[in-house]
Design a protein around this ligand. Structure first.
Ligand code: IMP
Length: 424
């Protein structure tokens, strides 16, 4: 059985939640493998709006198994709040169908405090979500992180928290003017949450591979977008995990050899939240129109998203990293009513035309987009349910993207509801 990975192709917020939700009907298990509650997947189903942060989108489908892999960073309090909210909406969030890896790192209160303090003090802010993501991944790499499995051994847990705070408290008090954080209080708070979290812990590699051996189909659900990848994104304006497809294996404890299908989610235009280069950003009325029509406000922080034209150079970078087998193009309806639509097909950089984002530190700030302009369409697309029902100019726009990337656009989405995505 070939499994699938679904990743965001731009700077996040491509509408992954919606596509994952749709494809979940074809799978038995959904796995999150990176990121944390910096993500916000909005899914509208049966007239109800669900916002998921760290729980896999498969939770909205009765009977599907959901797995949080070792590559995720999990805020234990945030997790419990999220499952409580989902339970209140009538969903089954019991440990029989939701698993957390023993090796998943915990986002601790000192990670959140450090994230906030750094952003508050920085001259060049990254514009993080403030959820403590970066400091948590830092501790993981520094080999001082707290993992979910540490809840089974209070002695280890206490010693790790004490050790971490010895260093963090120097930063809090000496650099950031914050009060000391008490290790005992942090430990006690986590121990109080432990009875609710422990039943969810599992050897996630075995859970996934047992499902694989039993012929079940699995989806690996990416968060954020490839341009926010810690290695290959617009560093330092990135998140702190590897977003690109191949991290699905390492972030969940399996071999990538069992994953065949790679679906990249591309929004029909580009958005980003937070700081960092964005060559096709629009500062005019068209940008404002995209934001208001597309409802481009962050699902996690509510921040207005920066908006611009579709950028093929960015998508080429994504394609060479991820090798997508198909593309899902979302929010095509938002472009309706534009007299013209533009596609950035390459950049001008240092007197040359380049096909990929330059790799010099400020290269992407210095490029000038090379645009192709195409006629727009006025028709409302929200009722379209097949390729033939799309206006001709819209089909031309989609075909041109497909041609430029050399990857098939298999899914097209024209609205937020489950029914508004169709296969070409
Ligand atoms: P962090 O992941 O909170 O450290 O934030 C780092 C950068 O990634 C910031 O620019 C955030 O706005 C961005 N970011 C993180 N998660 C998401 C997401 O799910 N969608 C869009 N941008 C995100």
């Amino acid at each position: 059985m070939s499994h699938m990975i679904v990743v965001g192709a731009q700077w996040g917020d491509e509408g992954k939640g919606k596509i994952v939700d749709l494809l979940t009907s074809e799978v038995d298990m959904v796995v999150r493998f990176q990121g944390g509650n910096n993500a916000g997947h909005t899914v509208i189903a049966n007239g109800k709006k669900y916002v998921l942060h760290v729980v896999p989108s498969g939770i909205l489908h009765p009977g599907k198994m959901c797995v949080i892999g070792n590559g995720v960073v999990l805020d234990p309090e945030g997790f419990l709040e999220e499952i409580d909210a989902l339970a209140a909406l009538g969903l089954d969030v019991s440990p029989s169908r939701l698993k957390i890896s023993y090796r998943t790192h915990f986002i601790m209160p000192y990670h959140r405090a450090l994230d906030g303090a750094r952003e508050g003090h920085a001259k060049d802010k990254i514009g993080t979500t403030g959820r403590g993501i970066g400091p948590c991944y830092e501790d993981k790499k520094a080999r001082v992180g707290v993992r979910a499995g540490d809840l089974t051994d209070p002695e280890v847990l206490k010693s790790k928290i004490t050790h971490a705070l010895e260093e963090k408290n120097v930063l809090f008090t000496q650099l950031y003017g914050l009060p000391v954080m008490d290790a005992e209080a942090v430990f006690q708070k986590l121990m109080a949450l432990a009875p609710r979290i422990l039943p969810y812990l599992a050897d996630v590699s075995s859970v996934i591979l047992d499902a694989h051996a039993a012929g079940k189909r699995i989806m690996f659900e990416g968060a954020q977008g490839v341009m926010l990848d810690i290695d290959h994104g617009t560093y330092p304006f990135v998140t702190s995990s590897n977003v690109a497809c191949d991290n699905a294996a390492l972030g969940s404890g399996i071999s990538s050899g069992i994953i065949g299908e790679r679906i990249a989610i591309v929004k029909a235009y580009t958005t980003r939240v937070g700081a960092g280069p964005f060559p096709t950003e629009l500062f005019d009325k068209t940008g404002e129109e995209l934001r208001s029509r597309g409802g481009e406000f962050g699902a996690t922080t509510g921040r207005p998203r920066r908006c611009g034209w579709l950028d093929i150079a960015v998508l080429r970078e994504m394609a060479r990293l991820c090798g997508p087998t198909s593309i899902a193009l979302t929010k095509v309806d938002v472009l309706s009513g534009m007299k013209e639509v533009k596609i950035c097909v390459a950049y001008e950089y240092e007197g040359r035309v380049v096909q990929y984002p330059p790799q010099t530190p400020r290269g992407l700030d210095q490029v000038k987009p090379v645009y192709e302009t195409m006629p727009g369409w006025s028709e409302d697309l929200t009722g379209c349910d097949r390729w033939e029902s799309l206006p001709e100019n819209c089909r031309r726009y989609i075909d041109r993207i497909q041609e430029l990337l050399g990857v098939k656009i298999d899914y097209i989405s024209v609205g937020p509801d489950r029914k508004q995505t169709f296969r070409r």
